[in-house]
Design a protein around this ligand. Sequence first.
Ligand SMILES: *Cc1c(COP(=O)(O)O)cnc(C)c1O
Length: 499
Amino acid sequence: MNEKPVPEAAANGFGDMPAEDFRAYGHQLIDWIADFLANVGDLPAFPNVQPGDIRAKLPASPPDKGEAMEQVLADVDRIVMPGMAHWNHPRFFGYFTSSGSAPGILGELLGAALNANNMLWQSCPAATELEQVTLDWLRQMIGAPPEFFGVVYDGGSSSTFHAIAAAREQVAGLNVREHGLNEAPRLRIYTSEQGHSSIDKAAMALGLGMESVRRVEADDEYRMIPQALAGAIVEDRRAGVLPFCVVATAGSTSCTSIDPIPAIADVCEREGLWLHVDAAHGGAAAVAPEMRHVLDGCDRADSIVVNPHKWLFVQMGLSVLYTRKPDALRRAFSLTPEYLRTAQGDEAVNFMDYGIPLGRNFRALKLWFTLRYFGVEGIAARIREHIRLARRFAEQVDAHPDFERLAPVPLSTVCFRAHPRGLNDEDALNDLNERLMQAINQTGEAFLSHTKLRGRYTIRLVVSHLRVNEEQINRVWEIAQERLLALMRAEKWLAGKWR
Ligand SMILES: *Cc1c(COP(=O)(O)O)cnc(C)c1O
């Protein structure tokens, strides 16, 4: 029931919330956020809900009359929070992790208040130039060459989509921009078996079809084999297929394997192919000077994607595509209707020319706030600590007789599984590990996600959260061991060879 008086602005239907109300609710919300960030580790990392539970608590239709802000905020606690998977939880180790930093929150809040649209320089000079400068800072931080031009998109998938579109625009004699693909030969993109699904999605969306993506064999450590790439290109050319792009990965999604980019760059140069490097997650590691090798060879790439919303502590919705060929990207996407023509001409960067989005929000603010607050050294120190913690966890897995590691740890993701002594049936192991991961997640104390590596069910621990520390790593390791023991007991496998 709506007991509070309906606010003035909502009641008469004109204007915004009064400034004094905004101030009061704003303070209240910031206090709520500060408490949340301080105590998120005490909340369940993953909610105990079924599909539809949250929907069922929400009204099916919008309110006819404005509601009191108190009620809206109360419903956050009552309805939203019980359904949250807490990506800001210090023991959220799933997927790739993304931790919103406090400075990033403030930057995003300010961005919402300013509500700029930097589609054109003219539509917001500060947002355009701040984005350029901040992306150039980040470029320096990862050691990429000065000619790399950066553009912000909402995610790594969008960045890769735009890179592949630019690569295609480069193909001589094709002119897809004007003619579409009607008279084009069959085109080919190469990536390893571990390449991200966003490459297939880009091929789908660009009208190339998933068949245009050829998966190149990887070695024992899940890295693309350059000779296999070269062989695939020769074979395709013989068959009349036109190779145009290679997507190498620096930090694959499943196991953070790093393709041998210098050798792949050799192949691309020889064959005249666009080299795009997917460093969406792994690129961040290069901020630590001793990890620069992660991006070895990237100075020879045509484009590279890095996601600050993963391991650079910026809120979701911020990926950066760097390219040495911004002209190709512009040729693929620029289109200026009369109402968007401006007097600056070529003097200013108009970000609308570099992709599908026209209207763009002031995303660079949250990156700028985060980089300035932590500094390059502060970010490097955190990344270094994550790598140390991951290696420590890996050592514990290696030393345990009933667990094993399933991939090297070049960054800070550990791929492992339970492998109790005497249990060697692969199907049984897959089944056991699936249940083990569910059991760990059901504790609510930690959240992990999985992959399959060469058919094996693999539990992944991604150590890249801003709030993670040694205590959290020790705790998740304890939970994993306890849950395994409990499962084995329940299955009465203890009576057999195990223990
Ligand atoms: C996360 C990730 C992507 C996809 O990025 P989104 O921002 O989720 O679209 C692509 N490639 C790699 C290697 C990734 O880790």
